[in-house]
Design a protein around this ligand. Structure first.
Ligand code: SF4
Length: 192
């Protein structure tokens, strides 16, 4: 019997391992789609693509790559709305994933973003469900966070590059700029 084709949006190599395993266990024919205009700077963008190519080879996973570096478009979309940037970032990516899934005649779409403990899981699910409804293509919701440790362990064993920050230049600053982090914490704790 022919397996159902699922388009799996992929944010990076390490986050692919566990969702891929689970989807294959469920009998899906998985095709990956790398579309992440939020990853900066350029060398990091290339590095994450290289890491995914390693995973794709090891796991025999077909992947469609969008290798256009989306810095400018991404910044235009979030500038002056930085406080809502993650929501915008999910929407930009998932909207394109839906278009690609329809183009590829996939039965449904899903995303490795649902694997990360550090993403706004419920927001991703809500955005994907809304897109699914509007574009009439099923969204395969799974809570892949249950396999966080397993996926991370496998990435370590396979020696796949694991990035230290989410992706955009804002998240890079939050990761490395201690003074900025302190300031943000203070702002959050200040009474209105
Ligand atoms: S922190 Fe991550 S999810 Fe949020 S905007 Fe930046 S790259 Fe996108």
């Amino acid at each position: 019997m022919k397996k159902s084709k699922i388009l799996l949006h992929i944010c990076c190599g390490p986050c692919t391992l566990y969702p891929l395993k689970k989807l294959r266990e469920e009998g899906f024919d998985v095709t990956g789609y790398f579309f992440n205009p939020n990853i900066h700077p350029y060398q990091e963008f290339r590095r994450r693509i290289r890491a995914l190519k390693e995973v794709s080879e090891i796991k025999n996973l077909p992947v469609i790559y969008d290798t256009n570096y989306g810095l400018r478009d991404f910044l235009k979309a979030v500038i002056y709305r930085e406080h809502k940037r993650c929501e915008i970032c999910y929407l930009i990516r998932l909207e394109q994933v839906v278009k690609k899934a329809i183009e590829e005649k996939a039965l449904a779409f899903t995303t490795t973003l649902l694997y990360s403990r550090y993403q706004a899981h419920e927001l991703i699910r809500d955005i994907a469900e809304d897109l699914s409804f509007r574009h009439k293509i099923p969204f395969l919701y799974r809570d892949f966070r249950a396999g966080w440790e397993e996926g991370q362990e496998e990435a370590k064993k396979l020696d796949i590059y694991r990035q230290p920050y989410c992706g955009c230049i804002f998240s890079e600053q939050e990761r490395y700029d201690k003074k900025f982090r302190k300031k943000m914490r203070r702002v959050k704790n200040e009474p209105f």
